[in-house]
Design a protein around this ligand. Structure first.
Ligand SMILES: *Cc1c(COP(=O)(O)O)cnc(C)c1O
Length: 380
């Protein structure tokens, strides 16, 4: 008698987990329920009511067609994104064929490494930088190589190029503004690196140069986007996200601009229908409201500059920031400071160089809470 299979104990089996994933844990900052969430660089302003209403209407319209697969190539959204970049960064020559999008710029990066990385190839970036990059490398069997920066977290063009020439990576990732430091690269540096990487990749090919501009909208006046040199470099890709400036982290929409051949390579590796009809509709709705959303960005930039000044007045070491967060230190034991702030209802991030902490820019009230708690904890 075999009895009811649903009530029998589970068999002991060993799952054939990839050897390189044994002991790995899922990525993610703590998601804690505290009054002031200043730890993952979210935009603190919820979408305004008029944006919420337009999104809801757009979802309803999309819902009526959900029996069908979405448009695989989403040309309407790609055109909207190109129009947005033309308005935001003056990138006027972008067309649908130059644009790509996915579920967050995390997925865009994964597509890049699926298409251009892989076994026997490497991807290079410069530490300290975004902690997700090594994970895309691992997941695509691409070797991760971390080069070095100057002590002020900037990149020396000649030294950066020498490190790239030595390594010959298939892909180079440059975050600008960089996370967790907040520092932006000047376009002359990116242009020099782009010119030098036209044949530093595998077998004399280029290294695909990705400039991750997740925080571009927060850059200070006078800092141009890498989009301004895109047309001259067919191996350059500039990636952006709606997660930060558009207050849209929950919607998952990242995108990039590049030459059509580069975009076509990404279309090969994407999963079919990766961008749902709902995602396409809500992204288009949010893009229609960029003016009101950009007003919030302006407020956050003002608050960011005030935070940098205040921290410097208190005697902290603070990296220049073109982003919606600030890296500051230096602490012998940063965990004690982090915990002290958390005990006062302010959650920031223990990330980057070991003597530093990173605080995301919130509302004026949240930043006042941060300043009050930091003064108490540090006694300054
Ligand atoms: C937040 C962030 C992103 C955006 O990720 P999404 O998947 O678009 O939410 C990309 N790059 C960097 C450096 C970031 O900090």
């Amino acid at each position: 008698m075999t009895g009811d299979p649903t009530t029998q104990p589970a068999l002991a089996v060993a799952l054939p987990l990839r050897a390189d994933l044994i002991g790995e844990v899922p990525y993610g900052a703590p998601q804690l329920d505290v009054p002031h969430l200043l730890n993952v660089n979210e935009n603190p302003y919820a979408p305004p009511a008029e944006v919420v209403a337009d999104i809801a209407e757009s979802v309803a319209a999309a819902a009526a067609g959900l029996n069908r697969y979405p448009d695989r190539d989403f040309p309407a959204l790609r055109q909207d994104l190109a129009d947005y970049l033309a308005a935001e960064s003056g990138a006027r020559d972008l067309e649908v064929a130059n644009m790509w999008a996915a579920n967050g710029s995390n997925e865009v990066m994964l597509h890049l490494l699926q298409a251009f990385g892989g076994p026997g190839r490497s991807v290079m970036s410069f530490a300290p930088t975004y902690s997700m990059y090594p994970e895309y490398a691992r997941d695509t069997f691409t070797r991760w190589v971390a080069g070095t920066r100057r002590p002020d977290f900037s990149l020396d063009p000649a030294q950066t190029i020498a490190q790239i020439e030595n390594e010959r990576p298939a892909v180079v990732l440059l975050a600008s503004p960089n996370n967790p430091t907040g520092t932006a690269l000047d376009v002359a540096t990116i242009d020099a690196i782009a010119s030098a990487t036209a044949n530093t990749g595998p077998d004399g090919a280029a290294s695909v140069l990705v400039v991750d501009e997740a925080y571009a909208e927060f850059r200070r006046d006078g800092t141009p986007s890498a989009l301004s040199i895109l047309a001259r470099h067919p191996h350059l890709a500039v990636s952006r996200t709606m997660s930060k400036a558009f207050a849209f982290a929950g919607a998952r929409l990242g995108y990039l601009a590049a030459a059509p051949d580069l975009v076509d390579a990404l279309r090969v590796v994407r999963l079919p229908y990766h961008l749902s009809a709902v995602t396409q509709a809500v992204a288009r709705a949010a893009l229609r409201h960029r003016a009101v959303l950009q007003a919030q960005v302006a407020q956050l930039r003002t608050e960011r500059d005030a935070t940098v000044s205040w921290l410097r007045e208190q005697g902290f070491t603070v990296a220049d920031s073109d982003a919606n967060f600030v890296l500051f230190g230096r602490f012998d034991d940063r965990h004690v400071i982090w915990q002290g702030l958390l005990d006062r209802g302010v959650l920031i991030r223990e990330t980057g160089p070991s003597e530093y902490l990173r605080v995301s820019i919130g509302t004026a009230e949240e930043m006042a809470a941060f300043r009050g708690a930091l003064k108490e904890v540090t006694g300054r």
